[in-house]
Write a protein that binds this ligand. Structure first.
Ligand SMILES: Cc1cc2nc3c(=O)[nH]c(=O)nc-3n(C[C@H](O)[C@H](O)[C@H](O)COP(=O)(O)OP(=O)(O)OC[C@H]3O[C@@H](n4cnc5c(N)ncnc54)[C@H](O)[C@@H]3O)c2cc1C
Length: 469
């Protein structure tokens, strides 16, 4: 790389990761284009009219990378963070069961417990040598029919919004690790909860400004003149290596890093064959509901981080006690607290036609699941819909991505990030940032992009969130 022009589409964690690394390496010939007026992408945050802060869905910072951790400390300072133990629960049969669910089935009513145990015993007796062809089969082979029926299948349909037979297995890893039956039985006899929270299951959250504070700080530290906000890329000419922007301006590039959705990118690039393939990729939309409440959380929510909801007495798959992440997520923690709910949508899973109906369903669901005691406590409702929330890891996904991404490289185009590369298993903030960083290093040094091509390696170790000295 001598002085070739690099253009980056998107100021989410992937695009900012690339920009940060270019700047860090002292390379100057780059430009970042973002359609929104601010940085952050799906990891942005919003402060609403009543002063409540919301993420676009419950975001927590987990990390697999030392580089990411150091950058987080640098951006907000070691004192800019709050550290938490992950405390997650499943609401089922009118009670909360600690997560991981399979380790705590002793909390279930006797009939469900027996069904879960029967499935596990059968799994041990009959073995599971057959390789699962899809995620539904993977669930049965990993957890047994009982746990699959009571929790795993209904919950996963609620999250993914696609029939589980349509999802592949590569994103969960090919190895089928059977539930530890001995441990499940010991927990049952001992009457003990087996929880995953503890020193290895910590996460951090910005003290002020929600998750988006990180990415705003990142953008602020980069040269202003190399970042254009409120500018959408509307057309790409891959042969001439020219982009057209929403105001009609043309921008030339030598190398292009795109973090916009891959199917949208191919549709505006006139690469018809690649677009035919990319258009087969599936995604689900996500509805985010922020509910601001008077008073303080009830005793049973005081230390909870988030909860999973597999049943149909509510529309959400997950609710976060967002004021537990930072007291500054509400205008005055002595007077208020907050919950944030997420609801998925796809052609297989519809939602009510108007925002008002959707909000009403969420409130009814919060009452039914004992998250809130009375609707009179609600002082604030914030709502948004993300057209693209989750890149669905369908059975066909890998073959599409493995065809389209390398084919784009012939034109000097590299598509990376949550919807740029469509690899859900490496699409959290840390992975996304590192996809940008590793791409830059590859362009300069020829090093491998480990995150994109080897999720099984990068996901092997999880780094506990610990305050830097
Ligand atoms: C509901 C939900 C919960 C999540 N929870 C977590 C979590 O707990 N922890 C975690 O680490 N991560 C979480 N994530 C993932 C996190 O949001 C992503 O890792 C991250 O935002 C992906 O970054 P990205 O840069 O790849 O993509 P994006 O954030 O999607 O950024 C892409 C950017 O490209 C811009 N763009 C698109 N098209 C154009 C165009 N034509 N011209 C110019 N700009 C364009 C977009 O406006 C956007 O800013 C969650 C995501 C969702 C949706």
């Amino acid at each position: 790389m001598r002085d070739e022009k690099i253009v980056i589409i998107g100021a989410g964690p992937t695009g900012l990761g690339a920009a940060w690394r270019l700047n860090e390496r002292g390379y100057e010939n780059w430009l970042l284009l973002e359609q929104a007026p601010f940085a952050g992408g799906l990891a942005a945050s919003v402060v609403d009219e009543k002063g409540f802060t919301w993420d676009l869905g419950g975001h927590v910072q987990f990390s697999h990378y030392e580089y990411f951790d150091k950058l987080m400390d640098e951006l907000l300072g070691p004192d800019g963070w709050l550290y938490h133990e992950r405390e997650s629960w499943v609401w089922l049969r009118k009670r909360f069961v600690p997560y991981p669910f399979q380790m705590n089935i002793r909390r279930l009513p006797p009939e469900d417990l027996k069904e879960c145990l029967r499935g596990l015993v059968r799994l041990y007796r009959d073995g599971n040598s057959r390789k699962p062809a899809n995620f539904a089969e993977w669930i049965d082979a990993t957890f047994g029919e009982g746990i699959a029926k009571v929790f795993m299948r209904p919950y996963n349909f609620k999250v993914w919004a696609y029939p589980l037979e349509r999802l592949g297995t590569t994103w969960v890893g090919e190895r089928v690790a059977v539930v530890d039956l001995e441990r499940v039985l010991c927990n049952l006899v001992d009457g003990k909860d087996d929880v995953s929270w503890g020193p290895n299951n910590t996460f951090r959250f910005p003290k002020y400004g929600g998750t988006g504070a990180v990415w705003r700080a990142c953008a602020q530290r980069l040269p202003k003149e190399k970042q254009c906000y409120g500018t959408a890329v509307v057309r790409v000419n891959p042969h001439r290596r020219v982009l057209t922007l929403s105001d009609g301006t043309e921008v030339r590039y030598d190398y292009l890093l795109s973090t916009m959705p891959l199917d949208v990118f191919t549709s505006i690039s006139a690469l018809e064959d690649l677009h035919k393939a990319a258009a087969q990729l599936c995604y689900s939309s996500t509805h985010i509901f922020g509910i601001g409440l008077r008073g303080s959380p009830p005793e049973h929510l005081r230390t909870k981080c988030w909860m999973y909801f597999p049943e149909n007495d509510n529309p959400f798959y997950r609710v976060t006690v967002f004021s537990n992440y930072s007291p500054n997520n509400v205008p005055d923690i002595r007077q208020y607290w907050s919950l944030m709910a997420e609801v998925s949508e796809s052609p297989y899973k519809k939602v009510p036609p108007t925002p008002a109906y959707r909000i009403e369903e969420v409130i009814k669901g919060m009452l039914a699941t004992q998250l809130i005691a009375s609707r009179d406590d609600i002082v604030d409702v914030w709502y948004t819909r993300l057209e693209r929330g989750y890149p669905t890891p369908t059975v066909e996904r890998d073959s599409i991505v493995f065809e389209v991404l390398p084919a784009l490289e012939k034109y000097g185009i590299y598509s990376r990030g949550r919807f740029g590369a469509w690899r859900y298993e490496v699409s959290n903030q840390d992975h996304s940032l590192m996809q940008g960083v590793e791409w830059v290093d590859r362009m300069f040094d020829g090093t491998e992009e480990l995150t994109l091509w080897h999720p099984e390696i990068v996901n092997r170790t999880h780094r506990p969130a610990i305050k830097a000295n």
